[in-house]
Design a protein around this ligand. Structure first.
Ligand code: ADP
Ligand code: ZN
Length: 730
């Protein structure tokens, strides 16, 4: 028998072929008995970081978690993988509790989940004294920190527990930790900095978009049409909105249930359970929903209303796509939602109010930005910088931006009006002055006498407010205090003096953005997938567990793509380990064999996907191949744009990926006509690519002092790459 390693457990027990980023590092560090802090985003795969070591340690691994409702779920999933595990918490009957303690005492368990308050009881501590504890895992470790949003006093006492088991290695895990919180966790638990692992918070599989909210009900229904039969969450601002929307969707024939703190406990629990078990497709919820669920196959999250901060937004969209498959996140944004939240903020006072205003400003800026890749501000918020030019998986990266126009005149009018009103007012009042309003406040302050009074009637108030927000985000204005008072920055004064041009966007009265992207087609047989899904549901109901405990969506997708006909082939499918093969293998093989027989299909070769760089980094998506192959067959960029409903720069991104991955691309017609670069500029760009490599555009952009914009550079890079492949030694 070969020696057991973390990789062999990953494959044989869990049926996965590669580690997710940092899993291997964290696991090895724990196995080397070094206390470890690991920060990974939701869906990053934190659980395996202690589950795999628990199977390699001789003794017990204790997992401390505040989320009692998740323990049962976790233990069910582990048992399906054949890992002996248990939980002890207040939801157990006294008898079950007693039995579980007995199992632990007899060493029949590898993993024990407990709530912190349970752990701190004398009875459990002395139980643990009687066995060998090899690892103590602290889940949701940010609860230790007073700086965290979720501080729990009993978490501090865990330090004492650690001292009681000096031979146990300690692993602290969290998905939300600023550097201050991390530092606090390390200091409290006395961990060395060198044993900290922070994974990227970029969730590549999430498509992120913001749509202008017009008729939100219709828009929601349109979105749901894209996600037929798939699980998703719709977040609303208020309980009333939740009830109304859930009722509306039900009336339209959707399988939707509400979830919020105003429902009775029993109903809330029932609705959550129905969602987890795929008995209901959609949950309409306030932000209260999601903490206690672990459902990996949430395929979409819709924000019906604006979230109150970037942090909560990130957390909420993070509940989509934990299984790593593509998932969609849509935010419906309208400025009137901001007013609604402002109203609630106004009820607060002091520091809380100031912080809330900052949070709101940040999310508004995010929602209104139509240019920057969505991932940049999101990741920046967590102190991470996102370097790529484009992610190809957000609305701003996959659609043509609204062109910038010269808004110098508007900027000058607005800024000088702020100045003339002595920098003591907010944007609404300034707009009123510009529009020549005769409202009480304008008259009381004598602002109808200002030279800027009534000089801005060419725009509506809404448009002026939008101009104001752009001036804020461009750094011409700053906003302070509880009345959002505006004043000019040094930059504004300078710009006014020099009469510098200002570029921005004038909002159209009714703006229609044609955005949207068809989801990445995973090539699998959807008819077979539907049958497998039903089989999964039947088996799960029979066993009284959620469907994803039986198999994940990814596992079913792979089955429907490769048609495995034997146990050996089935084992190569992601998520099929020894225990699941024994338990469910025959049943699913039968379904697949029947289907294939009926449709004359055969098994397709399946080699475990070797992607050492992590999730699909080096792999080309089917879409990239489809586009590149069509291009090679003579399709023009224009035709490809129309065929796929995406903009030229996205087509170029696909083609560039294709050629950079070492594939050949034929000399496409019409590339030259897409760029306005002169022959000299083109020569300079080619020389820069020679010198600096064509992989990244930023250095080339800088080298050329911004002479060519990124759109041109992308086209020139394409031409360069094609030319170079034709003459290997340019
Ligand atoms: P987290 O706790 O960080 O939110 P989980 O541990 O719940 O994430 O993992 C999310 C999902 O990803 C689970 O369904 C898990 O089984 C799956 N998963 C974890 N690691 C891997 C891996 N290396 N390969 C494939 N799937 C994985
Ligand atoms: Zn992007």
């Amino acid at each position: 028998m070969s020696t057991t390693t973390s990789s062999s457990i990953l494959q044989q027990t869990f049926g996965y072929d590669t580690f997710r980023p940092l899993q291997r590092e964290v696991i090895e560090n724990v196995l080397a008995r070094r206390d470890t802090l690991a920060v990974m985003p939701t869906g990053g795969g934190k659980s395996l970081c202690y589950q795999i070591p628990s199977l390699l340690f001789e003794g017990l691994t204790v997992v401390i978690s505040p989320l009692i409702s998740l323990m049962k779920d976790q233990v069910e999933q582990l048992r399906a993988f054949g890992v002996p595990s248990l939980f002890l918490n207040s939801t157990l009957s006294p008898q079950a509790y007693q039995e579980n303690m007995e199992y632990v005492r007899n060493g029949e368990v590898k993993l024990l989940y407990v709530a912190p308050e349970t752990l701190l009881t004398g009875r459990i501590l002395s139980l643990l004294d009687s066995v060998q504890v090899d690892c103590i895992t602290i889940d949701e470790a940010h609860c230790i920190s007073e700086w965290g949003h979720d501080f729990r006093p009993e978490y501090r006492q865990l330090v004492e527990v650690r001292k009681r088991f000096p031979n146990a290695v300690c692993l602290a895990l969290t998905a939300t930790a600023t550097s201050r919180v991390r530092q606090d966790i390390r200091a409290t638990l006395k961990f060395a900095t060198t044993n900290e692992f922070v994974a990227s918070f970029n969730r590549e599989n999430l498509y992120i978009e913001v749509l202008p909210k017009r008729d939100a009900y219709t828009q929601t229904v349109e979105l749901l049409e894209r996600y037929k039969d798939q699980s998703g969450i719709i977040y609303c601002f208020s309980r009333r909105q939740v009830d109304e929307l859930a009722a509306y969707l039900k009336m339209r024939g959707y399988s939707a249930l509400p979830y919020h703190a105003g429902l009775e406990d029993a109903e809330r629990k029932r609705n959550q359970e129905a969602f987890i078990r795929d008995d209901t497709q959609i949950i309409v919820a306030t932000i209260a929903f999601g903490m206690g669920i672990n459902k990996p196959n949430v395929r979409f999250v819709i924000h019906f209303d604006l979230p109150k901060s970037i942090e909560s937004y990130y957390q909420e969209i993070g509940r989509a796509g934990r299984d790593g498959l593509p998932a969609h996140c849509t935010l419906l944004y309208s400025y009137s939602d901001v007013a609604k939240i402002n109203y609630f903020i106004d009820q607060k006072d002091g520091n809380g109010k100031r912080v809330a205003i900052q949070h709101l400003d940040a999310i508004v800026r995010y929602a209104e930005d139509e240019r920057t890749c969505r991932r940049k501000p999101l990741l920046n918020y967590f102190g991470e910088s996102y370097e790529a030019d484009t992610c190809s998986n957000c609305d701003n990266c996959t659609s043509a931006p609204t062109p910038l126009t010269d808004i110098t005149i508007y900027a000058q009018k607005f800024l000088s009006c702020v100045k003339r009103a002595d920098e003591k007012f907010g944007a609404g009042h300034i707009a009123d002055i510009l529009l020549g309003s005769k409202n009480e406040k304008v008259l009381r302050w004598g602002h109808d006498k200002l030279s800027t009074y009534n000089i801005g009637t060419e725009l509506t108030k809404k448009q002026w407010m939008h101009i104001a927000r752009q001036l804020l985000s461009m750094g011409y204005l700053k906003q302070e205090g509880e009345y959002h008072t505006l004043s000019l920055t040094a930059r504004a004064l300078e710009s006014l003096r020099k009469r510098e041009p200002v570029f921005g966007v004038v909002q159209e009265a009714e703006r229609v953005r044609v955005k949207g992207k068809k989801k990445e087609e995973v090539e699998y047989n959807s008819a077979l997938f539907a049958i497998l899904r039903q089989k999964r549901k039947d088996m799960a109901d029979e066993a009284g567990v959620p469907p994803y405990v039986v198999f994940s969506d990814r596992t079913l997708v792979e089955m429907a793509a490769y048609y495995p006909q034997s146990s050996e082939s089935l084992l190569k499918i992601s998520g099929v380990g020894q225990a699941k093969l024994r338990q469910y293998g025959d049943a699913f093989l039968e379904v697949i064999r029947n289907y294939c027989e009926k449709h004359g299909l055969e098994e397709r070769a399946l080699t475990p996907s070797p992607s050492p760089k992590g999730r699909g980094e080096s792999e080309l998506s089917p879409r990239t191949r489809i586009i590149a192959e069509a291009f090679n067959e003579g399709a023009t960029i224009q035709e490809l744009m129309e065929r796929h409903g995406i903009v030229a720069s996205t087509i170029l991104d696909h083609l560039t990926k294709y050629i950079l991955a070492g594939n050949k691309l034929s000399n496409g017609k019409g590339l030259q006509s897409l760029t306005s670069a002169t022959p000299e500029q083109q020569g300079a760009a080619f020389a820069a690519f020679d010198e600096l490599s064509p992989t990244y555009l930023k250095p080339v952009f800088d080298k050329l002092n911004g002479m060519l914009n990124y759109d041109d550079l992308k086209i020139l890079r394409m031409m360069y790459l094609i030319a170079r492949q034709e003459q290997p030694h340019h």
